[in-house]
Ligand binder design. Sequence first.
Ligand code: URA
Length: 208
Amino acid sequence: MTESVAPGPAGSYPPIEGPPSRSWYRLTEEIRACRRCPLGSRRQHAVTYRGGGRPWLVFVGEAPGSREDREGRPFVGRGGRLLDRAIEIVGLREGEYGILNVLKCRPPKNRFDARAALTCRPYLDRQLRILSPTSLVTLGRHALRAMDPSAPPITQAAGVPRTRPAGPPVFPLLHPAASLRSRVMASRWHSDVRRLEEWIAERRPQST
Ligand code: URA
């Protein structure tokens, strides 16, 4: 169910990626039709998921940017290229992983909207329940906060795996776009990605 998709006009959506189940399709269509918060009326596309149908690892990003809003797929812009490069480095194969965001619609000025995140939260929880990954990688501080509210600040947390009282463990990464901000951040991103590579090697299920 993973297909690469050319951008369509606003309102026309790429094919649904992910588990080939009725509950997943229904959920995706529900998100695509959602108008529960003001972001829903400003967007071109709701952005749901890209990746495999049975991922053991899921990347949780923060919110779609302009390119994602245009195409209706997560991490297809500049941050996406950095993420895809990291995915190559850590040796994840197609089908092993999935990518989604806390917010399904692009916030104005790309500023994370905590109020919208509360409204959107049930979608994230339902997506994760259906995908049921055994490992999560958060991208950026808002994603980390969403998955592990007791985590320390991102610069402290990044690169160190975290167990949680409920749900799969989380490996926090900086947001990939942060690595573009300075050489220090770029080098931190790369060293954290190397640590992620080790964590993945430890956690990869036998059958993949
Ligand atoms: N940044 C995110 O957090 N998510 C995207 O989908 C793109 C950029």
